[in-house]
Design a protein around this ligand. Structure first.
Ligand code: TXA
Ligand code: MG
Length: 351
């Protein structure tokens, strides 16, 4: 399969390209497009054959369900059962935006999308290109992040092409995404609702938006080191496997409890400092990248990891961010992308 890339204006995507992309999807093809979080790999959610192609293209395990992208509350209602007052309030407040809601699924959504589960994740993305595409189709789009399974999520069209060339029919390139981390996944099928995947939207913001709403306490909102990888999420959200979003270069995390002086730095290493690990004297000869501020770090994290991964390094070291809630989603992703420093045995890094 040839993969085509069409460059489009991010604010006003050319409508003839949208028509073309919708045709590709109607014929059962796959189209990658930008959301405000990461690029998604889309297929029509109501077409089981097309949805199966997503799993093949990504090498994704069939037990991991997909998020269904809609262009408004009406379409979300068609995909789910029991769309209630709370769902309406959340959608009114946060859609379009980085919030995926888990609800019981309707008959329109096939097993292929939900991995046989009785629930479905729905979200309304914020980019004009995604909304135009769904509107043109008049159908919801199933779309996971447009990367091979267990690889780093794509925040630019180049990342999609590097990972999925010949596996996706069309890539709509509207440039870098604005938020850079995948949506917050909120399970509305439990009382109280629970965040299954931390993301750009945090628990206090969600609670503050709805009077009287208290979310279930989960490791993802406590935000302290010892609770990662997430102890409760895997059962509820099968995508939250401990190793995920990982570069192919061995990557090691340096947490507050680690002694950076014990590190064996191979000749070709790089250091990524996320937040600021105060008081540490890092070796001067090791190239370093600093992402000091949470919003910028979220936006740049995956592109930075993609770049580091392409440098042919022996090891990437990541100085972990501090413990504040504003770093929780980034900490979660970094925990999945790296191994603990204690695993850095000389055997691992010598060639
Ligand atoms: O920001 C995003 O959410 C991006 C863009 C493309 O929208 N999409 C994304 O999709 O990150 P994906 O497939 O990489 O991650 C979807 C997550 C997985 O952790 C999956 O297990 C969870 O959502 N999920 C989907 N449906 C679910 C369900 N019915 N119950 C529980 N978890 C579900
Ligand atoms: Mg993903």
């Amino acid at each position: 399969m040839q993969t085509r890339v069409i460059q489009l204006d991010r604010e006003r995507p050319d409508s003839s390209a949208i028509v073309e992309a919708a045709d590709v999807l109607r014929r059962g093809g796959l189209v990658a497009f930008a959301t405000e979080t990461v690029y998604g790999l889309g297929a029509i959610a109501t077409e089981p054959r097309a949805v199966r192609r997503i799993f093949e293209a990504k090498g994704r395990p069939s037990f991991n369900p997909l998020i269904v992208h809609v262009d408004g509350m009406d379409r979300a209602r068609e995909c789910s059962l029991g769309w209630d007052e709370l769902a309406s309030e959340l959608a009114t407040r946060f859609w379009p935006g980085p919030l995926s809601l888990i609800l019981p699924r309707s008959r329109r959504i096939p097993d292929e999308v939900t991995a046989g589960r009785p629930t479905v994740a729905v979200r309304m993305p914020a980019t004009p290109v995604a909304l135009a595409l769904i509107g043109q189709l008049g159908a919801p789009l199933a779309a996971p992040s447009a990367n091979r399974s267990n690889r780093i999520s794509p925040t630019r069209a180049e990342h999609v092409l590097a990972d999925l060339d010949h596996r996706v029919d069309l890539i709509l390139d509207t440039g870098p995404t604005s938020l850079g981390l995948e949506s917050t996944v909120l399970d509305l099928t439990t009382v109280p609702p629970r965040i299954l995947r931390p993301g750009p939207l945090m628990a206090p913001e969600i609670e503050a938006a709805i009077r009287g709403l208290r979310l279930a306490e989960g490791p993802s909102r406590q935000g302290h080191e010892g609770t990662f990888p997430d102890a409760t999420a895997p059962a509820a959200s099968p995508g939250m496997l401990p190793v995920h979003y990982a570069p192919t270069t061995p990557a090691y995390r340096i947490g507050p409890g680690d002694d950076p002086h014990g590190i064996v730095w191979p000749d070709r290493s790089a250091l990524l400092i996320v937040g600021e690990l105060a008081g540490v004297r890092w070796p001067r000869e090791v190239p370093r990248i600093v992402l000091a501020e949470p919003t910028v770090a979220a936006r740049e994290l995956y592109a930075t990891l993609h770049d580091l991964d392409a440098r042919g390094l022996q090891a990437i070291f990541v100085a972990m961010p501090p413990l504040g809630l504003e770093w929780a989603a980034i900490r979660d992703r970094l925990h999945r992308a790296t191994r603990p420093l204690v695993e850095q045995l000389p055997l691992d890094v010598e060639e």
